[in-house]
Design a protein around this ligand. Structure first.
Ligand code: FAD
Ligand code: MG
Length: 321
């Protein structure tokens, strides 16, 4: 725990990610409860260990449906709905591809093209059978695997926010390794929380700017968090579900500002696939969602800022509204 100007910060490592909780009271008991809650949620959704509710579905692929708890069924239903949107870059059955590339894990490599081709046949989200009455999920082909890595941290950030609210906390921030969710504004800072926008491939303290938000979630997906370099290319962990290779476009990161961190997590992946131009056009019809795109040609592109204020810090990048 560290304390600075009334802020009490508590940290942990969960879900392979640094977790940071900021409170405005010295309350290690509450912090432990929050970390325990995250751990419980991780145990439901993880695909990085042999046993979880999601792994039970994956282990039964090609054999039988698996009945899961209501929250797991709900999150899978949301992930399914987003995955079958027309031209969606989001695909929750991307598991076999993610597992084969192992980006961010030991043994990462560029798999042979023929293997990727074969694995892609196991990633059709339309084939997943959901039974809303039984709360069961069935993957009809052996080898199919659900991966909620692009959505579960967002969901869990919202669970933490609801828990803190229920505990009577009015001002807090939780950061689940890139998924920030907030409650209220810090004391004496009516303009809200200042959330740093990281300089891609920069040091931890190098920021392009800060986003000011009140009671909003700020979620960033970037190609600079989990990647490796081979053959002069950067192979990162956000895959194009149509090719099985990392998404290759002009983006370095996408940040989404939304009420729910779940939406932030969904939209970062969707917008990543769209790219900035199509993404901005799409957001014109989504009044509750804002985004900041950071591009390879050093531009910071903000959607019409309805729910945040951006303060630029690094002026060697060009800001566009
Ligand atoms: P996002 O951009 O939100 O998501 C990227 C992740 O989504 C990828 O890592 C992949 O898992 C998946 N994905 C890739 N492409 C697509 C696509 N087109 N559509 C849908 N999904 C896609 N990391 C560890 O190192 N060790 C752990 O033990 C570990 N346990 C975890 C347990 C849980 C419950 C969760 C949610 C995550 C865990 N992680 C762990 C981290 C995980 O492996 C991912 O790195 C992380 O979820 C990515 O989140 P992000 O916000 O960085 O990226
Ligand atoms: Mg995401």
């Amino acid at each position: 725990m560290t304390s600075d100007a009334g802020v009490h910060s508590y940290s942990a490592v969960l879900m392979g990610s640094p977790i940071l909780l900021k409170l405005f009271e010295d309350n290690p008991t509450l912090a432990s409860q929050v970390f325990r809650l995250i751990k419980q949620q991780e145990n439901l959704f993880t695909v990085n260990r042999a046993a979880s509710e999601v792994m039970a579905i994956n282990h039964a692929a090609g054999r039988h449906p698996v009945v899961v708890s209501a929250p797991v069924f709900e999150l899978i239903s949301v992930a399914h709905a987003v995955s079958i949107l027309p031209d969606s870059a989001f695909n929750f059955t991307i598991g076999p591809v993610v597992k084969r590339w192992k980006i961010g894990f030991q043994g990462r490599e560029v798999p042979p093209a023929a293997e990727i081709e074969a694995l892609l046949r196991l990633t059709d989200p339309h084939q997943v059978v959901l039974d809303a009455e039984q709360h069961s999920v069935f993957l009809p082909l052996p080898g199919m695997e659900i991966d909620l890595g692009a959505i579960a941290k967002g969901y869990i950030a919202d669970v933490v926010q609801a828990f803190l609210r229920q505990q009577g906390v009015a001002q807090a921030l939780i950061n689940l390794g890139g998924n920030v969710q907030t409650l209220g504004s810090p004391p004496h800072q009516p303009q809200g929380w200042g959330i740093g926008l990281k300089k891609p491939f920069g040091r931890d303290d190098e920021l392009l700017g800060t986003l000011q938000v009140q009671g909003k979630s700020v979620v960033t997906s970037g190609i600079y968090e989990r990647y490796f370099e081979r053959d002069g290319r950067c192979w990162h962990h956000i895959f194009d579900p149509h090719t099985g290779y990392p998404l290759d476009n002009e983006l370095l990161s996408v940040t989404v500002i939304a009420d729910r961190s779940l939406d932030g997590d969904i939209y970062t992946t969707l917008l990543y696939g769209m790219g900035p131009e199509q993404g901005l056009a799409y957001l014109a019809g989504q009044p509750d969602i804002d985004a900041v795109f950071v591009t390879r040609d050093r531009q910071i592109i903000c959607s019409p800022a309805r729910h945040f204020r951006f303060s630029q810090l690094d002026f060697s990048w060009q800001l566009r509204h």
